[in-house]
Write a protein that binds this ligand. Structure first.
Ligand code: NOJ
Length: 537
């Protein structure tokens, strides 16, 4: 549903850019990116035209899961800088007219967080109930069959206090007990700490994990499990995730945000659409944007994608705002999934769909997954399930800024190796190259930001088959657009059956197509896509 202009909020009209801070820009020659590095690149982000930045965790952490294992929620890891650097970041992001979104990881802490250190110290410690502690079964086995997302069981035996604790991720990431009101209050206080500093919102890590079944019932087996899948997928997580009470927690978080002006919350949620949309909450008082990950793992097939868009559009509650994602730090990069040429078509899709797009750093220059030799793998998910090719390192390699040593990312060898092709694929080169994917992104971003039909207009599917996807974006009183995308590598031909299409190609994957006048028939070569400015009738 379209909203009137005055109600188009920054996170609705905006374009979010995800920074994985270890890999964006190093400023002090330790091979790891940092806040002063991000500051140095704000001009680039402004030039690109994105309007909000989400930064993966910057907090103190033993780095067992590269920052998603937090040992202090109200500070900055010295690797990344300090609180003064952070304050400067808030100030400069705002001065550049952009917004800043922090990653919040409320489901679990590091086992080195003082809360857990206390909690594990004795059974009668005041913080014992802040985590999920349970006795062994009479046979000594863990309380239930739940599995860790990172391989193996999800319960760890504690010798000192003779109980198990639950960890949905690593042994070093114990889950907090969100049924405990003190835990709730402590985390809401963390939110206030950063909101008071001026952050504009949070991306909430694994939102659907936050509450588990009170009776801790066994998860049922997954009949669709196959050997190549992560071991976690052997079971269906019906009791360990997505429990009804999670919505009370989300709504409490939302109330905190609503106590401030114009803040927002994204939820990281991997669930089928019918369940995902419940995270908007009753009357949209839950997450502003439950991340829509549909495009991350579905077959790259026009008919299936068109059906998925319709499914999503149809499932959205009234006035709920959509969003789209092509990649993130946990998933293979779009270029490696669909190919370099098709990634340009994907860019057109991402930036012309209805709803807030999130761009993963490097997507805009067509960065691909980098093969990381086994002895260099850093990601625990890769290390724990070595035979399954599940390491996330390939999608986390350093940003490729230039063809100088270490790609302009650092003066020293980076923490994760660079793509061997960085000499050719880098920002500096692509800025000068009219056909680059970077300039395609920049132009798409500018067009989307300028055109009400694209940033808030209606979406209407016109046509789809196995090769091609075509849709209209329209808004009363504004220029309308027809987007036609060839999602295959072979030519395809489009003559709409019921409507007469007249207009001009104003942006395309291949510049030769731009300026072309369209009168009903559109022929596209493989991997081509066009945005047509429609004549007003
Ligand atoms: C989701 C994050 O995106 C991922 O990187 C992390 O490993 C897990 N949550 C655990 O925090």
């Amino acid at each position: 549903m379209t909203q009137p202009e005055e109600h188009c909020l920054w996170w609705q009209k905006g374009i979010i850019y995800q920074i994985y801070p270890r890999s964006f820009q190093d400023s002090n020659g330790d091979g790891v990116g940092d806040i002063p590095g991000i500051l140095k690149r704000l001009d680039y982000l402004k030039w690109l035209g994105v309007t909000a930045i989400w930064i993966s965790p910057l907090y103190p952490s033993p780095m067992a899961d590269f920052g998603y294992d937090i040992s202090d929620y109200c500070n900055i890891h010295p690797l990344f800088g300090n609180l003064a650097d952070f304050d400067k970041l808030v100030q400069e992001v705002h001065a550049a007219g952009m917004k800043l979104i922090l990653d919040l990881v409320p489901n679990h802490t590091s086992d080195e967080h003082p809360w857990f250190v206390e909690s594990r110290s004795s059974r009668d410690n005041a913080k014992r109930d802040w985590y999920i502690w349970k006795d062994a079964r009479p046979d000594g086995l863990p309380p239930n069959n739940w599995l860790s997302m990172f391989g193996g069981g999800a319960w760890e035996w504690d010798e000192t206090t003779q109980q198990y604790y639950y960890h949905a991720f690593l042994v070093k990431q114990p889950d907090l007990n969100w049924r405990n009101p003190q835990v709730q209050e402590a985390m809401l206080q963390v939110m206030r700490f950063w909101l008071d500093k001026g952050v504009d919102g949070f991306r909430v890590d694994v939102m659907w994990h936050m509450i588990k079944d009170e009776q801790l019932r066994d998860n049922p087996p997954n009949p669709a499990y196959q050997q190549h899948m992560a071991t976690y997928e052997q079971l269906l997580p019906v009791y360990s995730t997505d429990q009804p009470e999670v919505h009370d927690i989300v709504s409490k978080m939302r109330q905190v945000l609503d106590g401030y002006d114009d803040r927002m919350m994204i939820g990281e949620i991997y669930l089928p659409i019918s369940k995902l949309v419940t995270y908007y909450g009753v009357d949209n008082k839950g997450a502003h944007l439950p991340f829509n990950f549909m495009l991350l793992n579905m077959p790259w097939n026009a008919a299936e994608i068109a059906a998925a868009i319709d499914l999503y559009e149809g499932a959205l509650p009234q006035n709920a705002w959509p969003n789209w994602v092509l990649g993130n730090h946990d998933q293979p990069r779009i270029s490696s999934r669909v190919g370099q040429q098709q990634a340009r078509v994907a860019a057109l899709l991402l930036l012309t769909l209805r709803g807030t797009p999130t761009i993963y750093y490097g997507e805009e220059i067509g960065m691909r997954d980098v093969p990381i030799p086994f002895n260099e793998v850093k990601d625990p998910q890769g290390l724990n399930m070595p035979d399954k090719n599940l390491s996330r390192d390939p999608a986390r390699t350093p940003m490729q800024w230039s063809n100088s040593e270490y790609a302009g990312f650092s003066d020293a060898a980076p923490w994760l190796r660079l793509d061997s092709g960085f000499n050719r694929t880098n920002v500096q080169h692509q800025k000068e190259e009219p056909l680059s994917v970077l300039l395609l992104y920049k132009r798409l971003i500018a067009l989307r930001q300028a055109q009400p039909a694209l940033y808030r207009g209606r979406y209407q599917r016109v046509y789809s088959d196995t090769q091609m996807l075509a849709y209209l974006r329209e808004e009363e009183g504004a220029q309308s657009y027809l987007v036609v995308l060839n999602l295959s590598h072979r030519p395809c031909y489009f003559t709409p059956a019921s409507v007469v299409i007249k207009g001009k190609v104003i942006l395309a994957t291949s510049p030769e197509l731009e300026g072309q006048v369209i009168s009903n028939t559109i022929n596209l070569a493989g991997d081509e896509g066009v945005i047509i400015e429609l004549d007003t009738l």
